[in-house]
Write a protein that binds this ligand. Sequence first.
Ligand code: HAM
Length: 416
Amino acid sequence: MSITAIKGMNDILPSNVETWQFLEQKAREVFGTYGFSEIRTPVVEKTELFCRSIGETTDIVEKEMYTFDDKSDNSLTLRPEGTAPVMRSFIQNRLHTLDPVSKLYYMGPMFRYERPQKGRYRQFHQIGAEVLGVEDPKIDAQVLSMLHHFSCAIGLESVSLQINSLGCPECRPDYRKALIAYLEARLPSLCSECQRRYTTNPLRVLDCKASGCREATTDAPSVLDHLCSGCNDHFGQVKAHLQALAIPYAVNARMVRGLDYYVRTTFELVTDQLGSQNAVAAGGRYDGLVESLGGPAIPGIGFAIGLERLVLMKGEGQVQAARPDLFLAALGDEATAQAFVLMSKLQRNGVKAEMDYLGKSLKAQMRRANKLNARFTLILGEDELRTGNAELKDMDQSNQIPISLDGLEQELLSRL
Ligand code: HAM
């Protein structure tokens, strides 16, 4: 039996890769405009990094990590997300000593042992961005503005931005207490998972999809009613800045995130086009994270976009594959040999040239030129070699341009 890929881990085939490259390229362009630089971290980290940052009682740490011991019995984990590794690198490389504000972005595979379905995979790809060193709500609005800019730049439709504030270590405990008391009175209506976690991670109950939990929490206390004055003021300013920047948003006080490091601003870019996997991108503030990982007390905020979800929404293969500039059709051995040299020379000079390698007839070669949607074709036979002249066929205009073989490159470059 032939070997297949691991469940939930997909190939990105050449027919789709252009869409991926388009999205990655746009992210680089847009993020660059906002002063972000790329950072690349390993795909494997010490397990402890994720337990300490994402939180021991989260779904990710409790059941979704690819964790294994290496040959020296170190517990390692395939990164389930990008923020914790970037923080680890930020601290380890003392990036704060280079600049009081770090704006970093990353893209690459992440791994979570989730039940695969449309938009949810075990290896998936994120494009993420993180800003370290700024507490000012202007940066929250700036990060959201960049996400909005990116989604416009790639032509993403039917998405909306939801924001919330989850408070801080000063006010969250009060909210937690109020929520636990509320849930306690409704325990029998909750699903077994929420009955188990309502004391360890009560906020997650608000996010549970089970109908019983949804009904039981309709009138649950709102986190926004429990914010301390500092958090309330911060959230008010974030909203005011978003309004000033004309970024559309809705406040969703029930939005909780699946990672424990968040404080204050949290957000999701959601769509109704992907069924239950409705978050295309998500993020928030994590002011205590760097310190909790042994670094200085430096605030941070960021987001990650799920690339597979973007590709699903954009439609795979919708970005047109780059077409060849020229297809060289050759007749006979001598012409094939010359066409090969000519093609290689053109390629070195930046012309996207193609030819046949399978010894096909002229008719079959022209069919292939059509299939590849070549911009120009050129037939090279004995006559052309003898006279040094040929006809360049413009496939878009359906006309022939007489050219000398010596002037082919010039002619092509002037017409492309
Ligand atoms: P997250 O909400 O866990 O946040 O993931 C961010 C995005 O990654 C999701 O909105 C979704 O588009 C995509 N995603 C997550 N899991 C899967 C999956 N199994 N299959 C496909 N796509 C998936 C984080 O990861 C945070 N590190 C975001 C962040 C950055 N917060 C601050 N900075």
